[in-house]
Design a protein around this ligand. Structure first.
Ligand code: ATP
Ligand code: MG
Length: 580
């Protein structure tokens, strides 16, 4: 474990904006999910995520801006909660008109345009299940997911439509394809439904379907980092977690301008790019385009972003672009920054402080958990490299291989979460058996390995599948990668176990370099020397390959299984989520 960085101390009582969570232990001891429910609306005991995120605020603060949308071309549009209410009501009316029923799966396959957001919340109001997909998927990954979920409808845009046309014949469950043409100035073919025409005819009024806590709401396929993506299905009750974690883990306050960089094609882009900010009634920025260091910092400056939630892969790219880029902007609006998706290397946390004046707060969760489970909080000291401490109301444990809890500090084991919690997934769609296999007694088994220290902080070790067994030591790839990243030449590192007749496995690293550095034997020896000194010879990589970039999922996660398959000349398995 890399613990070379000093603890970053917090003084919450001196903060200009007092954190919502001042004392984790105290909030934990007083925690009640019912008290959280009491802060939501929940009319007649019903729960609908769209109602809690949109209509509740449209009633209280109709003119408050819910969404500041920035297009790739620089266009800026603003939508108030009232406008969101009307647009989502219209979309729900359209769904009813074309015969979409409760629990039908409505896929959205679009870039981050405002209509994507109207469609998701309109679907929820109509009681159907929303299933957003990455717009960068090719036809086959789309077909595979729609088939497995027996999707009833696909909402898309003219430039993505050719991909749907290619697979439509293979998808008998799909009754409608709807095209959002107006934004691109395109006319919609009579074979498809025309979003703009139907929306124009629809009423602004709609009575939200009376969904209960356990009614289905959204389905997300996992990132496919470890294998074939699984369709994790969630229920409306999840909004209780979204609201609470938005308030206490991301520290959202009513006046915040919040920006989550994740795409709604994966769970962070909905749980934290829709439900958490809007259930808290917060204004959020949505940027249509992809990564660009200059543009990203411009967005923070232009919209006076106060809370920013991003991912380690983006942070590593920002680091690669250098601290000059943020220094040229006015980032004084920022108050809290956080990261999720992969382990955040300590270097990344510290770089945040250097570049923006704020450390990134790492937090841990997954598609299946639906919301943040372990976090670093605004008021809590950060130990760079640690994912933080369990959220109030959540019990995380370290289990041994027989699924018994280990309580001694720093023992490595399986990371598990005690069931239930509101945003827990309720099944893997059409794979109930796999779903059940993830639970042992009262625990949900996450598939990740971790340790807990004497202060209750959790430290990520690696995916169950990625942990390396070398000469009797268990080595987590993350600590080796983090040590490599400390070296000024290294931009990214991915570490695998390579089978070895004597050691069982040896540690092998794949490294991509920052601009201005060239691969060489000398650099290789230097990196091995550096990691040996940091971690000891048993853990340091024996082999290092230089590669231009690491294979990653579309949500930005290093795909170690692919590095391994390529190294061993084995089949690559599912690569549908592989980035180009
Ligand atoms: P698949 O399940 O298809 O292999 P995936 O697990 O990458 O894909 P997600 O649900 O998107 O799909 O990602 C959740 C996983 O990401 C976690 O189980 C964990 O391995 C990793 N992760 C997320 N946040 C963190 C974090 N802060 N620190 C370490 N790992 C993290
Ligand atoms: Mg997973």
């Amino acid at each position: 474990m890399v613990m070379s960085h000093a603890v970053i101390q917090k003084r919450p009582h001196e903060a200009t904006v007092a954190p919502n969570l001042m004392d984790l232990d105290r909030l934990r001891s007083e925690w009640s999910w019912d008290a959280v429910r009491a802060e939501l609306d929940l009319p007649d005991g019903l729960v609908n995520q769209a109602h809690e995120c949109i209509d509740r605020h449209a009633a209280a603060t109709p003119d408050k801006v819910a969404m500041i949308w920035e297009g790739s071309d620089g266009a800026i549009e603003r939508y108030t909660f009232e406008e969101m209410r009307r647009q989502t009501n219209r979309f729900a009316n359209v769904l009813k008109r074309i015969g979409i029923q409760k629990a039908d799966r409505v896929f959205v396959f679009a870039d981050r345009i405002p209509e994507l957001y109207f469609a998701v919340f309109g679907t929820l109001k109509a009681g159907a299940i929303s299933a957003p997909l990455f717009s960068a998927f090719g036809p086959e990954p789309v077909a595979e997911r729609v088939r497995r979920a027996e999707g009833a409808m696909i909402v898309t845009t003219p430039h993505l439509l050719p991909k749907i046309d290619e697979i439509r014949g293979e998808l008998p469950s799909v009754r409608h394809v709807m095209v959002i043409g107006h934004r691109a100035g395109a006319t919609v073919d009579a074979a498809n439904l025309d979003y703009a025409a139907l929306m124009a005819e629809a009423s602004d009024d709609f009575v939200t379907e009376p969904t209960g806590a356990e009614d289905w709401s959204i389905m997300h396929f996992t990132s496919g980092t470890t294998g074939l993506p699984k369709g994790a299905a969630h229920v409306h009750e999840a909004v209780v977690n979204h609201y609470a974690t938005g308030k206490y883990a991301l520290d959202l306050h009513p006046d915040d301008v919040y920006w989550c960089t994740a795409d709604p094609g994966w769970v962070t882009g909905t749980s934290y790019g829709m439900f958490a900010p809007w259930s808290n009634g917060v204004t959020q920025v949505i940027y249509e385009g992809g990564f660009g260091a200059g543009r990203w910092f411009d967005i923070i400056e232009r919209h006076r972003v106060t809370v920013w939630y991003t991912a380690p892969t983006a942070i590593r790219m920002l680091m690669k672009a250098g601290s000059g880029v943020p220094r040229e902007r006015d980032l004084s609006s920022l108050r809290f920054t956080a990261s999720v998706g992969e382990p955040l290397n300590p270097e990344g946390v510290v770089w945040g402080e250097e570049a923006t004046g704020l450390p990134f707060h790492d937090n841990w969760w997954q598609t299946e958990t639906g919301a943040i489970m372990i976090a670093n909080y605004a008021s809590m000291d950060i130990k760079p490299g640690s994912m933080g401490r369990p959220f109030p109301g959540i019990t995380a444990g370290i289990l041994d291989d027989e699924f018994n809890e280990v309580t001694e500090p720093m023992r490595e084991g399986q990371l598990a979460i005690k069931t239930p919690w509101p945003s827990m997934f309720r099944t893997y769609w059409s794979d109930e058996e796999r779903y059940r296999s993830r639970f042992k007694g009262e625990w949900y088994i996450t598939g990740d390995r971790a340790k807990r220290d004497e202060d209750g902080y959790f430290w990520f070790v690696g995916r169950d599948d990625d942990v390396i067994n070398t000469s009797g030591h268990l080595v987590g790839p993350f600590e080796v990668e983090s040590a490599l990243i400390e070296h000024p030449a290294v931009a990214e590192a991915g570490v695998i176990g390579k089978p070895d007749p004597i050691a069982m496995e040896i540690v092998k690293a794949f490294v991509s370099l920052k601009d201005g550095f060239e691969p060489s034997d000398q650099l290789r020896r230097e990196l091995i020397g550096h990691t040996r000194q940091r971690l000891g010879p048993g853990v340091a990589p024996r082999e290092i390959d230089f590669i231009p970039s690491l294979p990653k999922t579309r949500s930005g996660k290093i795909m170690r299984r692919l590095l391994k398959a390529r190294e061993l000349g084995l089949p690559e398995g599912d690569t549908s989520t592989l980035e180009d």
